[in-house]
Design a protein around this ligand. Sequence first.
Ligand code: FES
Length: 177
Amino acid sequence: MSNHEQHETAHQPVQRKEMSRRQFLSYTLGGTTAFMMGGAVLPMVRFAVDPLLVKKGEGTYVKVVEESKITNEPQDFKFKIHQVDGWYVSDPELSAWISKDANGNIFALSPVCKHLGCTIAWNTKGKSEYDCPCHDARYTKDGKNLAVAPKPLDEYEVKLENGFVYLGPVKPNTRTS
Ligand code: FES
């Protein structure tokens, strides 16, 4: 490059790249649209994902009654459980027939009849059995099905701690097999 050309280049005016009106409008509208879409979409994403992030309740055992109150004769005890099902939170009341067996072990039976789901009760006919008022199913103290019902009464998981009986999930009867 000659000295003359160098001189010319050095003194050329700086070319500024100006934004056209069209570019300005598309940037502005694009940004605004993205902002509004984010505002609409993010809550939907959060709604879909949030139940997965919710911590489950601590443990599945519920304190029901003092151990000292349990006798050989079955007694009906009520208790509440805390349930979180997605967005639905509830505290339904359940009940259990709790007693001691011949070895002094505490066990708890579900009151739900294994025929069609009515609620059984202990010794309503003076026979030391569980009876169902709906179709006359009968069960032994261990929950063994004697008539009508096809299966034994379910059992609760039992945990004894600091003098209290805690009940956990319902499981198939382990005392009659
Ligand atoms: S529901 Fe219990 S006997 Fe039918």
